[in-house]
Design a protein around this ligand. Structure first.
Ligand SMILES: Nc1ncnc2c1ncn2[C@@H]1O[C@H](COP(=O)(O)OP(=O)(O)OP(=O)(O)O)[C@@H](O)[C@H]1O
Ligand SMILES: [Mg+2]
Length: 639
């Protein structure tokens, strides 16, 4: 990639990011303000500055400006690319027509120069053909430059939307969507590859064909007939190879997923000597992929060989039949050679297309996958930027039945929390607590019923604004490979150190962090080292409280904590209460219950009991379950 192209790509990516940054700038303004009225005007001031269509937003309601509609990226964003591909196609046409200069030169030499013996004609012809060849080379370079830029622009334009849409789509638990970035690279290498040029040469084939007809109809028929045969071979080739190529791709994708899984579980694999099994699983998928690949490639080679044979025989046919015609004085020798050159020029793009058919099919299906992903992304629907939520959480008769199983996981749970109220959820393992937590932060959608924040269904919140108003600590905490500071700041770059410190203070992790040699700048690796399990959980807690969220959902925040850690958690919860943050905490341990206003007992997906803390605790501790016993047993005793 040359420097200009790189620069353009970087610019294009930066364009995409700019909107993101302005969105976070909004969030920043909000997070810094304390009174909500002040927040509103800060938002409006920021929003007014970057509302593209210039209409003044009201002070409270602010049209979101962050995410672009991905469908417009496909239509308008790629319009320039389409136009440029069209330009390249026109260049290709001219490039190929100019190539006719060579046979015409030959033709003229044999028919005029040799017969007239004119030196001047020879010089003139040579100058003209030289000019045509220079123009040909120049235009050929131009079309390659254009295509290179189209490729880079396509990747730059689609990169950010594809990754965003993939991240959104993967919240249902699959990470297959992330492979779409590979699809994007496929698309780019196709556009810069030789096949697309071959395909652009195909429209000129009729002109060459017409030229051979002009030389002699018999030769035209030979070339035309061969073209038809090659076309049939191309179709048969496509039919024969489509299935094995698809299989090869599917297996290759599965092999990638297997290798990914190995990378994620590297500790387990090494500790228990599972490398051979991991390799075996990966190897099985890879072998299947290679087998399908070989079968497809074999068929492709047969077809390519056949088409080459046909084409070479055509050459012989043209020369042989041309010589026969020359013997009968219907043609000159120069015309025969010119016809042979023109004929092969007419057929070579057809043959090239047959050979490159595979990469075309791949690029086409890669584009189709990207298109489906972008068109169906839930991020497409524009939502109003609402006033900053207060933190009133309403859950109305939610039912959750995930599609393939038809198993009811959550059934008819309803409750309401006022801003600043806290709810502890207890229940046996597998009773649906984590599922409920994920639903409260909008990462899974209930089959029926609603979850509302400040009376607005979660689905109708602008995802970015909602995310900034919510904190979530999952049961299995994963941190990003970055510094502790960046992890607490949710990887945002527009934050002040005070905001990070504030979250650390709130979650009571400042002292723990200060014990690391590099403090907040300590780098966390992909597997969480150098943090212990409990430390990771506490950093996750600080991340959940970052940016003054209004609703915080904690999934077993104390599962890895020691006594001081639990004490810190209790302090964090009481600080959250002072700041009017609504908290939902799932727990298996009794200590946390003392910090909650309300308690809900879940049993097999239904709310078995819900009420004030002091009403529920006696029920839980009744039937002889001691205070120190894990709550799963306590709630079972209660049941
Ligand atoms: N997408 C899904 N498809 C099918 N079943 C699911 C799905 N998600 C969760 N489940 C099932 O829902 C039940 C509740 O799971 P959940 O993770 O919410 O339990 P939990 O109460 O958090 O348990 P634990 O205390 O062990 O964390 C489990 O039986 C689980 O198998
Ligand atoms: Mg759980």
């Amino acid at each position: 990639m040359d420097p200009t192209t790189q620069h353009e790509a970087a610019n294009s990516l930066a364009d995409n990011q700019e909107s993101e940054t302005s969105a976070s700038a909004n969030g920043h303004a909000k997070a810094n303000g304390s009174a909500s009225a002040a927040n509103g005007s800060a938002q409006a001031a920021k929003g007014g500055a970057n509302t593209p269509n210039g209409h003044q937003p009201s002070s409270v309601l602010l049209q979101r400006t962050s995410d672009t509609d991905f469908r417009t990226v496909l239509s308008n964003g790629l319009a320039a690319c389409r136009r440029n591909v069209f330009n390249a196609a026109i260049f290709s046409f001219v490039v190929n027509v100019l190539l006719l200069a060579m046979p015409i030169y030959l033709f003229q030499l044999s028919d005029r120069v040799y017969t007239s013996r004119s030196q001047d004609t020879l010089i003139m012809l040579s100058i003209v053909v030289g000019g045509a060849i220079i123009a040909h080379v120049f235009l050929d370079m131009m079309r390659r430059f254009i295509l290179m830029r189209v490729a880079v622009e396509t990747e730059a334009k689609l990169g950010a939307p594809v990754l965003s849409a993939a991240a959104k789509a993967s919240q249902n638990g699959s990470n297959r969507e992330f492979q779409m970035l590979g699809d994007l690279q496929h698309l780019r290498s196709f556009i810069t590859g030789p096949v697309i040029l071959m395909m652009m040469d195909v429209p000129v084939a009729p002109i060459y064909l017409a030229a051979t007809f002009l030389i002699h109809p018999d030769l035209g028929w030979i070339v035309g007939g061969t073209g038809a045969v090659l076309f049939v071979i191309a179709i048969v080739n496509q039919k024969l190879t489509a299935v094995p190529y698809t299989q090869a791709n599917t297996f290759a994708m599965r092999a990638n997923l297997a290798a990914d899984a190995m990378a994620r579980n590297s500790q387990v694999i090494n500790a228990m000597g599972m490398i051979p099994e991991g390799v075996l699983i990966w190897g099985r998928e890879t072998a299947a992929s290679l087998k399908a690949q070989v079968s497809a490639q074999d068929r492709n080679i047969y077809m390519t060989g056949l088409s080459k044979l046909v084409r070479l025989f055509t050459q012989i046919g043209i020369l042989g039949w041309g010589a026969h015609l020359a013997l009968h004085d219907e043609l000159t020798g120069g015309m025969v050679i010119a016809a042979s050159i023109i004929g092969s020029r007419a057929l070579s793009p057809v043959e090239g297309t047959i050979e490159g058919w595979r990469s075309f099919v791949q690029a086409r299906s890669a584009y189709a996958r990207i298109k489906t992903l972008l068109q169906n992304s839930p991020l497409n629907w524009e939502r109003l930027r609402l006033p900053r939520p207060e933190g009133r959480l309403t859950v109305e008769r939610i039912l959750y039945v995930p599609p393939p199983t038809k198993k009811v996981i959550l059934n008819g749970i309803s409750f309401e929390l006022e801003p600043g109220e806290s709810l502890a959820i207890v229940g046996a393992s597998g009773s649906g607590k984590s599922t409920l937590a994920r639903m409260l932060v909008g990462s899974i959608i209930p089959t029926a019923g609603n979850v509302r924040l400040d009376r607005m269904d979660l689905r109708n919140w602008d995802p970015r604004q909602f995310g900034q108003s919510v904190g979530y600590l999952p049961q299995d905490v994963q941190l990003f490979p970055a510094s502790i500071k960046a992890n607490i700041a949710r990887m945002r770059e527009d934050v002040t150190d005070e905001m990070v410190f504030d979250a650390a203070e709130l979650a009571d992790v400042h002292e723990m962090i200060s014990h690391f040699a590099y403090g907040y700048e300590t780098q966390v690796l992909i597997d969480g080292t150098p943090l212990s399990g409990g430390q990771k959980q506490r950093i996750g807690l600080a991340r959940a409280f970052f940016g003054d969220p209004r609703l915080v959902v904690l999934d077993e925040p104390n599962s890895n904590l020691d006594a001081p850690g639990e004490l810190a958690l209790a302090k964090a919860l009481s600080r959250a209460k002072k700041r009017n943050i609504t908290v939902v905490a799932i727990t298996q341990r009794p200590a946390l219950l003392q910090s909650a206003d309300k308690i809900m007992v879940i049993k097999e997906g239904t709310a078995h009991a819900i009420g004030k803390r002091d009403d529920i605790i006696p029920l839980l501790t009744a039937n002889g379950a001691g205070r120190g016993a894990p709550l799963s047993t306590a709630s079972e005793a209660f049941a």
